[in-house]
Write a new protein. Structure first.
Length: 583
């Protein structure tokens, strides 16, 4: 084997790895985060988790990606450790589908049907279809499908290139002698684990083994321990990904390691003990790609069958390894591992923003209730919630900037724009809640209160603010454009209420029925109310404009205010009638 053959082997490996990653990335993009959401929601049962883990891994063609994704779920608190164990077991089964696909390279025969099954026959056709879809479709799912086809073709081309480059090794006696050392189980396991840990893909390392098997120099005795080691080596990706993560995330990665180590040691022991008594005849026979795929599948199914009843014990073992010391801080957090699956990352950002919006709304309503009934306990809660809302904005803003640099679908890109535009206004509503709390605190300290008439008028404006905030947050959380259109007419009514309340206060002041001190307090209160409605307007306009795939706030506002919009006029009149100040 000369230098050119080595370069060809490395080039084939590069094509193989690129094709696998490219295909997997586009499969995830095509799913639009659906696979991740299924894992998140439907993994409460361990057996169901195994099936889901196997299914998702079959689709995205990477047990490492599935496991890292699960580590991210646990790290973010989306999933508990017991839920993750079943998915990890299933991922080990799902990854075997790749070896079965690669085994097609070993098909022998000249019949038409067998020739059609060979990768060298169908890969070029799939590549042509893929490149046509990429060139014709500039965006959307068809382009993703084209990328998947092209990635698969590159993967199979890499496999064929590797097989061709190692074919001459069959004629070299030294190579055959070298491989016999791997019949020693310890050497075989170490070699398989190291190779997989280095290239970060059990599917790729199994593919290399399948390519070598076509030389006819690898026996079952050598292949079995190498495959066991490859399953252990695939844990390296998850172990690396959990660095700096929460304790439960680290435990999840350890469960993956323990599962493969215990499974490998158990079945290797069983195999060699039985061989000592029965003397298996097939251990000296040469394996082919299909045999390797079969060994890979049988091992993972047997390991799952063995350890599934002990899933709780695996979790306890990981917990004993990494013990609890201090309670981890409860704070808003999105795991950066999700950046590798942008659609799901966008979904998590949306969920976090919805939580932020609900917290901001509830904090505002709690602050508004303090005007007539101030409470120190509620004061503390409002202040703590405001700090959390600020934290939400910081975490989301930083994360979304990173996410926006990824390859995103138009839908995900629009969602990011909507969130980025909205989180500032949501945070400002939280700030106004604290301002309203300060008004209530000042009234309590100075032992002053509004007159019964003034309080009735304030209650009308308060009810209007509650409705506009509720409508706004509902429209944002559900992307409800129809609801968003109802915000601006109510904002106009609140503006008019502010003007009218100021005029009435000045009249009471002139008549001696109110003090200047209460006037300042009233001014602060209704100014905060009016500004809250402005922020609601900004959020609603964002929902409307993003739905139209544009973002021109001024154009929208000018259109509805000067364009004779009948719907706007009708809603405005309805709100004005509903929130009419008492005479």
């Amino acid at each position: 084997m000369d230098v050119l053959s080595i370069f060809t082997l490395l080039g084939g490996l590069a094509f193989f790895l690129f094709g696998m990653n490219f295909m997997g990335d586009n499969l995830q993009k095509l799913s639009g985060g659906k696979l991740e959401r299924i894992l998140e929601k439907l993994s409460n049962n361990t057996i169901k988790g195994v099936l889901l883990g196997a299914g998702v891994t079959c689709i995205i063609q990477s047990s490492s990606a599935t496991t890292v994704m699960v580590v991210g779920f646990v790290n973010s608190g989306i999933m508990k450790l017991p839920q993750a164990i079943g998915i990890i077991m299933g991922a080990n089964i799902g990854t075997t589908i790749t070896s079965w696909i690669l085994s097609l390279t070993g098909i022998e025969g000249n019949s038409l049907w067998l020739r059609l099954l060979k990768p060298e026959t169908f890969s070029p056709v799939i590549a042509v279809i893929g490149i046509i879809l990429i060139m014709v479709c500039k965006e959307g799912k068809k382009r993703d499908i084209g990328n998947i086809f092209l990635g698969f073709s590159i993967l199979m081309f890499g496999m064929e290139t590797m097989s061709g480059s190692v074919a001459p090794l069959a004629e070299i006696p030294e190579f055959t002698s070298f491989l016999t050392m791997f019949e020693n189980p310890l050497f075989g396991v170490i070699a398989g684990a190291l190779l997989t840990a280095i290239i970060q893909s059990s599917s790729a390392s199994v593919g290399i083994l399948q390519a070598l098997s076509k030389t006819g120099a690898i026996t079952f005795g050598a292949a079995i321990p190498i495959i066991m080691g490859q399953n252990i080596g695939t844990c390296a990706t998850a172990l690396i990904s959990c660095i700096g993560a929460s304790k439960n995330a680290k435990r999840t990665a350890l469960v993956h390691l323990y599962f493969n180590v215990i499974g490998s040691l158990t079945w290797l022991t069983v195999f060699y003990v039985c061989d000592a008594f029965i003397h298996f005849n097939f251990t000296n026979l040469n394996v082919n790609p299909a045999d390797i795929a079969l060994i890979h599948s049988v091992f993972n199914v047997l390991s799952t069958s063995l350890l599934l009843p002990f899933s709780k014990q695996l979790g306890k073992l990981a917990t004993l390894t990494i013990r609890d010391k201090d309670a981890e801080e409860d704070m808003p957090f999105i795991d950066e591992r999700f950046l590798n699956t942008p659609s799901f990352a966008v979904e998590q950002c949306k969920n976090m923003t919805n939580k932020m919006a609900e917290l901001s709304k509830n904090n505002l309503f709690l602050a508004m209730s303090q005007i007539c009934n101030y409470s120190q306990k509620d004061d503390t809660e409002i202040t703590e919630n405001e700090s959390k809302i600020d934290m939400y904005e910081d975490v989301l803003g930083t994360y979304l900037v990173k996410l926006s640099s990824k390859s995103l679908s138009i839908k995900d890109s629009n969602e990011i724009s909507k969130i980025l535009h909205a989180i500032g206004d949501i945070e400002r509503i939280g700030d106004h809640a604290v301002n309203i709390l300060d008004v209530a605190k000042e009234m309590d300290e100075k032992k002053v209160s509004f007159s019964e008439k003034a309080q009735e008028e304030i209650n009308v404006m308060s009810d209007a603010v509650r409705e506009i905030v509720t409508t706004t947050m509902d429209s944002f959380e559900n992307s409800d454009v129809a609801n968003a259109h109802k915000v601006e007419p109510l904002e106009q009514v609140i503006d008019e209420l502010k003007v009218e309340l100021k005029a009435r206060h000045i009249k009471r002041l002139r008549d001696g029925r109110c003090t200047i001190e209460l006037g300042f307090i009233l001014q602060d209160l209704i100014t905060n109310y009016e500004r809250i409605s402005d922020h609601c307007s900004n959020i609603a306009v964002c929902v409307i404009e993003i739905d139209k795939k544009s973002f021109d706030t001024h154009e929208y506002l000018n259109e509805i205010r000067t364009g004779g919009n009948t719907e706007f006029i009708k809603d405005f009149k309805d709100y004005k009638k509903r929130y009419k100040l008492p005479t």
